[in-house]
Design a protein around this ligand. Sequence first.
Ligand code: HEM
Length: 396
Amino acid sequence: MTTTETAPTYSGDIYTDAALLEPYEDYRALRELSPAVWLEKHGAYAVARYDEARAVLMDSDTFRSANGIALNEPANEAILGCTLASDGELHAHLRQVVAHRLTPRALRPMKDLVRERADELVAELVERKSFDAVADLARALPLSIVPDFIGWPQEGREHLLRWAGANFDSFGPMNERAQRAMPQCGEMAAFGAEVVRTGNVLPGSLGAGVLEARDKGEVTTEQTMMLMLDYLAPSLDTTISAVGSAIWLFSQHPDQWDLLREDPSLIPNAVNEIVRIESPIRAFGRLANVDTEIGGVPVPAGSRVLVIYASANRDERKFERPDEFDVTRRDAVHQLGFGLGDHGCAGQGLARMETESLLHALAQRVTRFHVGETERALNNLIRAFGTVQVTVDTED
Ligand code: HEM
């Protein structure tokens, strides 16, 4: 492949409030410019097209996570050596300590519990007719499942959403949002360290498994502290974002809701389509290990590269009618919203189970969603609503 001289430059800041609220025009402009675009404001190459984003994610020898995945160095230093920010043998080892608890087979016994909780929750909300689809639905299910699954102690749970949000804010550029987040990330790390020191986790949980691995000498105490947070930090806001977006999307596209109600076997594909069109995580970074190229554009060793999943998922080169929400879309399964390759989402089985269970329970009862007041929750990494007030119609 021939390489062009240099990457075109983009002077816009894609992390201002306005850009986070309406990101898709920036992403379209980046895709149109080139396979790799130099983001002047952020000191990184944006990879906004699908094919190149996929190629970067699949080549972890060239595009490393071990130097961090954030757009600022204090955050990168703070997470060095965790699952998300490690490569090769260390990364494989850290994943192997925990990942067997998240395989489809291991999660099978959870299915009934998640379905039951989703059913109870939806039955109660439908009875009320009007509720906040974020606070009452999207947050309620993960909060009733995930902390127990991880084994997090009861005390400290009231901080979880704040800490998890701060964790994602800290991965952006060092803007005001990231600065505000840093002390809160410190609080979360200190709490995690305390949990490991006291061994205060629920028996049989993922956290208990991590402590057992430490006791057997499979991981160091420092790795144990990181593993405790590696799975907790990304497990809430992401799923909450997907469920909040789902309700909003179905309220705007009642024909798609009718399709889902007529044929609930479409639900797994609908989850892919939701994650494609409103990708909960906007982007993560990598560091080029050697002089390389992205789609023919030279990228020198040591460059930060930003893989924008939310843009790749709307790439017109890959998806027909990319801005249209279509639960029957055959290639929705190719979305990159859960990442791909070595660092592909370790918790997607659980996230899919939660989201699918809520959609099943809703499809049995709700004929229409009418959305009232909505508000976005601004975060450097997570695209989500903070509020989606909704009134539902039912068959009776
Ligand atoms: C809709 C929900 C979710 C979305 C969209 C999502 C998205 C992602 C993405 C894009 C990555 C890739 C990171 C990279 O490329 O560097 C990732 C990694 C990860 N996710 Fe998720 N996630 C979700 C839910 C969850 C849940 C529920 C958990 C935990 C139970 C979880 C745990 C993880 C972990 C541990 C990693 C790091 C994997 C590694 O670096 O090897 N995620 N996720």
